[in-house]
Design a protein around this ligand. Structure first.
Ligand code: CP
Ligand code: NVA
Length: 314
């Protein structure tokens, strides 16, 4: 490892990309790139030897669980899967007590849960770094991996146009934050009633202004994708919204990335999706399986990006 200096990161929480500067995110992306190269060259990099990560999940996961667990192993440490159904948190033990107990035993906590406030509370009562593995509000680890993927395919971040078509959800929020910080032009197209949180939009707009990017929220998906370098979409009904799935299918009609929509973007545009995808809803099978789709590079980069987060904050 050549570049890794964790002095400005050690002990910090990774809860929102809004909490990090452009320089810090660039640094994290460089560490991720380096860790990816080490892994591909089969060079051991046990920078977290003897360290343990607790992973609390109150929602399902494939990518997040596997990438954190494998990532910790590759860094020489150990990860513990703590299902919300099995630990005492699920039986009413408080977040504050859970935070203090785990802080005495493990070196960092990754949490995936519903309420963002729960993650903030966990951070308040913990003495170890807290990593946000997705809340209803944000999904910052995913977007760090997305930025890495865009950089790999486009050679840069600043000045690119990223169009997100769909629900103004946790993905839209973190893409606005991460994109704004890195100088991208982010346009979110969502139907009325499903726009991103205005508080997040305002904060991301301020970040964009300070970092040379822009953030815009529109109704029309075709307007959003015009001239875009990166197209992004996510499921219409997120975890916890299963009962709304039927009404959302109606509301999101027309908010699909299909061949016709893709044609209106730049010819060299790439297509991202955090996965899992619902083919035939927010994206067609043709587009997600097409040559412009980089969704599996994106999924792989979860591993490398999160190894960088863990190596820097723990
Ligand atoms: N993209 C993502 O976070 O996937 P999982 O829900 O499988 O972790
Ligand atoms: N918006 C989706 C993202 C899944 C990775 C959800 O919260 O379910």
């Amino acid at each position: 490892m050549k570049t890794m200096d964790n002095s400005m990161f050690k002990g910090r929480d990774f809860i929102s990309l809004h909490d990090f500067s452009q320089d810090e995110l660039s640094y994290m992306l460089n560490v991720a790139k380096e860790l990816k190269a080490e892994q591909k060259a089969s060079r051991p990099h046990p920078v977290l030897q003897g360290k343990t990560l607790g992973m609390i999940f109150t929602k399902s996961s494939t990518r997040t669980r596997v990438s954190f667990e494998v990532g910790m192993y590759q860094l020489g440490g150990h990860a513990l899967f703590l299902s919300g159904r099995d630990i005492q948190l699920g039986r009413g033990e408080t977040i504050a007590d859970t935070a203090r107990v785990l802080s005495r035993m493990v070196d960092g906590i990754m949490i995936r849960t519903f309420s963002h406030q729960e993650v903030l509370d966990l951070a308040e009562f913990s003495t170890i770094p807290i990593i946000n593995g997705l809340t209803d509000l944000l999904h910052p680890c995913q977007v760090l991996a997305d930025l890495m993927t865009i950089q790999e395919h486009k050679g840069r971040l600043a000045g690119l146009k990223l169009a997100y078509v769909g629900d103004g959800n946790n993905m839209a929020h973190s893409l606005m934050y991460g994109g704004a910080k890195m100088g991208l032009h982010v346009v979110i197209a969502s139907p009325p009633g499903y726009k991103p949180d205005p508080v997040v939009v305002a904060a991301a707009k301020a970040d964009a202004k300070a970092n040379g990017g822009s953030v815009e929220v529109v109704d029309d998906p075709l307007e959003a994708v015009k001239g875009a370098d990166v197209l992004y979409t996510d499921v219409w009904a997120s975890m916890g919204q299963e009962e709304e799935a039927k009404e959302r299918k109606v509301a999101f009609e027309g908010y699909q990335i299909n061949a016709d929509v893709l044609k209106r973007a730049n010819q060299s545009a790439i297509v991202l999706h955090c996965l899992p995808a619902h083919r035939g809803e927010e994206i067609t099978d043709e587009v997600i399986e097409g040559v412009q789709s980089v969704v599996f590079d994106e999924a792989e980069n979860r591993l490398h990006a999160q190894k960088a987060i863990m190596a820097l904050v723990i």
